[in-house]
Design a protein around this ligand. Structure first.
Ligand code: 5GP
Length: 202
């Protein structure tokens, strides 16, 4: 029987750089990635089914009621959620997967799957976070303020995570390396290697 894959949850406030860090991690090591569903509008360049599954509020609520979401949350007045079936399939195939999701959803996953490894990406300080959110240039002032409020909520919850990685200025490479180190260590846990004794005596 295949050993199950590992589930990594990566969270961090908007502007923490988590998207860029996760892309770098995936360049350095093979990881499956869960494509989330959302009711927010696509940003320029975002492709349906690649960056997100873009759904209407009604379609999203149908999926919640049908039990098709592993987790879901409201963030800046929109729904975001992880479709359950693809995640389970990937884990059952023995492959590792990354979920890049916000805090409320992360806590729901941890409750259902306590073996999930939770990593929080922390910006170095308040000013850096604000200028990163502004620098993106795709959001209105109202959205920026909403995201800053949300950031405080997320940072207040970082103690619920197993690991924290600080994304310093120009720190993408170091942060990606830190995450890879966590992944390597997690793979060495005895509880994930229960089959070794059996293999040894074969
Ligand atoms: P954005 O609108 O900037 O793409 O994402 C907003 C927030 O939603 C980010 O913190 C992102 O990690 C989070 N997010 C993306 N997909 C999901 C998901 O499937 N579930 C949850 N709970 N959060 C998500």
């Amino acid at each position: 029987m295949n050993k199950k894959g590992l589930l990594f949850i990566i969270s961090g406030p908007a502007g923490s750089g988590k998207g860029t860090i996760v892309s770098r991690v995936r360049e350095l090591a093979p990881f499956e990635f869960s494509v989330s569903a959302t009711t927010r509008n696509p940003r320029p360049g975002e492709i349906d089914g690649v960056h997100y599954h873009f759904l209407t509020k009604e379609q999203f609520e149908e999926k919640i009621h049908a039990g098709e979401m592993l987790e879901h949350a409201k963030y800046s007045s929109n729904y975001y959620g992880t479709p359950k079936a693809p995640v389970e399939k990937i884990l059952n195939e023995g492959k590792n997967i990354i979920l890049e999701i916000e805090v409320q959803g992360a806590l729901q996953v941890k409750e259902k799957m306590p073996e999930a490894v939770m990593i929080f990406i922390m910006p170095p300080n308040y000013e850096t976070l604000l200028s990163r959110i502004r620098g993106r240039g795709t959001e209105t002032e109202e959205v920026i303020q909403e995201r800053m409020k949300q950031s405080h909520f997320e940072i207040d919850h970082f103690g619920n995570y197993d690991y924290v990685v600080v994304n310093e200025t120009n720190g993408i490479e170091k942060a990606a390396e830190d995450i890879l180190s966590i992944m390597r260590v997690e793979n060495l846990r005895t509880l994930r290697n229960g089959d070794l004794a059996e293999k040894f005596y074969k």
